[in-house]
Design a protein around this ligand. Structure first.
Ligand code: HEM
Length: 415
């Protein structure tokens, strides 16, 4: 059996050779994880999509997993988060999903464009002036890729502008390993977010705004959402929406800085931004694997592979997106794949937003953020003469684990 330590920094930076070996062996491979548990990893494009569309793989976490006893404010907050719709199956999921999809209707998402432009412009103006002043390396994750998605979720949730710095700080803490912050800081941030969202929901009930979340609070279809469901939804939108989009923006920036010919091509022809964003999503899947699934019964995946009932299964999107049977030369960054050729053909859709009933609700919003913000970022960066990455890309750290993937920092400076 294969052994995998997701905390290994080398694996975090470049997991692709490991996944390629698994893929060569069949539809799903049994892997021993360093924490002593075992899991089945699905790495082929076709099989990943098949698993994600198959109701025999459940999203409901096994009893007790990730559900601490609710005996402190921080633990209550975490327990509440575990009730979100990514942790449900039909029919619960179907109801929650219908309401969320209505709130994220395309015209409502598209209406956010001017706000996203304004928020992105504010961030890039600030970072350009820091570079202009000749400040030492400026970290593009810290100044751009992280704050933008958090600010945009602030718009989605209708968080007043004055509160967004708090939201940003708590989100940062909640997403950080407890041992990297002063004792109690992570727990305190959980409790604060919980308290904050409770008050926000009360407020939206009394005074609905134009934001997408107000739409959800007031949608009475199918009995609407109760307070606990709304609280879990606010958390889910924040966490599903921010680190993923942060990774998309950070990986796109890194790939363009290290592929100057692609950067030049997209600056000559801005219509290429859409293809660049699709190729970044494929090449550097911001969500490395989906959330865990549990096999509800023995499932025959073909090729002699039977996943036994009760097994934990991970659909590895990053691996599916590098399947050579679907993406020739899969390790190369080639936005041309997603430019339609003369006969209208282009690469198959990548799996970065998942597949099946849990397909990402925020995919349109994430794409919009990227196509709006990346051109603004590169206009600002390239106006700074001699700009370069201040660290060897091969040394950049990535967050350990199997869930999310993207560079932790991207320091740039003027030569
Ligand atoms: C580049 C950015 C993003 C990527 C790569 C991404 C990817 C994904 C994937 C792969 C799933 C399915 C997970 C699974 O099946 O276990 C998912 C679900 C979800 N995403 Fe995204 N996401 C992104 C941005 C966003 C944004 C901006 C939002 C909202 C503000 C969002 C909201 C959600 C929600 C609510 C779900 C759960 C859907 C359900 O359970 O039916 N995502 N996302």
């Amino acid at each position: 059996m294969h052994v995998l330590d997701p905390a290994d920094p080398g694996f975090a930076r470049d997991p692709y050779p490991f996944y390629a070996r698994l893929r060569e062996q069949g539809p799903a491979a049994r892997v021993a994880l360093a924490n002593g548990t075992q899991a089945w990893l699905v790495t082929g494009y076709e099989q990943t999509r098949a698993v994600l569309a198959d109701a025999r793989f459940s999203n409901v976490p096994p009893q007790g997993a990730g559900r601490p006893k609710a005996d402190s404010p921080a633990q209550r907050a975490r327990a509440c988060l575990a009730r979100h719709m990514l942790n449900t199956d039909a029919p619960d999921h179907t109801r929650l999903r219908r309401l969320t999809s209505a709130a994220f209707a395309p015209r409502r998402v598209d209406a956010l464009r001017p706000r996203i432009e304004k928020l992105a412009d504010g961030l890039v103006t600030e970072l350009a002036s820091r570079l202009e002043r000749g400040e030492g390396p400026v970290d593009l994750v810290d100044t751009f890729a992280f704050p933008l998605p958090v600010l945009v979720i602030g718009e989605v949730l209708g968080v007043p502008e004055a509160d967004r710095d708090d939201l940003r700080e708590w989100t940062y803490r909640v997403g950080s390993p407890a041992d990297t912050l002063p004792q109690g800081a992570v727990d305190e941030a959980w409790a604060r977010l919980y308290g904050y969202f409770s008050v926000l929901i009360e407020d939206k009930r009394r005074r609905p705004g134009e934001d997408l979340f107000s739409g959800l609070v007031h949608d009475a279809a199918e009995g609407g959402l109760d307070d606990g469901e709304l609280l879990a939804m606010a958390f889910l939108l924040l966490f599903a929406g921010y680190e993923t989009t942060m990774n998309l923006l950070a990986s796109a920036t890194l790939l363009l800085l290290t592929h100057p010919e692609e950067l030049a091509a997209v600056r000559c022809d801005p219509a290429r931004w859409h293809a660049v964003v699709e190729e970044v999503l494929r090449h550097a899947s911001p969500l490395e694997g989906t959330t865990w699934r549990q096999a509800a019964e023995d499932v025959d995946l073909g090729g002699g592979t039977v996943v036994p009932a009760g097994a934990s299964v991970l659909a590895v999107l990053a691996a599916a997106n590098r399947d050579p049977a679907y993406f020739p030369d899969p390790d190369a960054f080639q936005p041309d794949r997603y430019v339609s050729s003369a006969d209208g053909t282009r690469a198959v859709p990548h799996a970065a937003f998942g597949h099946g009933p849990h397909f990402c609700v925020g995919s349109r919003l994430a794409r919009l953020e990227a196509v709006v913000a990346l051109p603004l970022l590169f206009d600002a960066l390239l106006s700074s003469p001699g700009l370069r990455l201040a660290e060897d890309p091969a040394d950049l750290p990535y967050r350990p684990g199997l869930l999310v993937r993207g560079p932790r920092r991207l320091p740039v400076s003027r030569a």
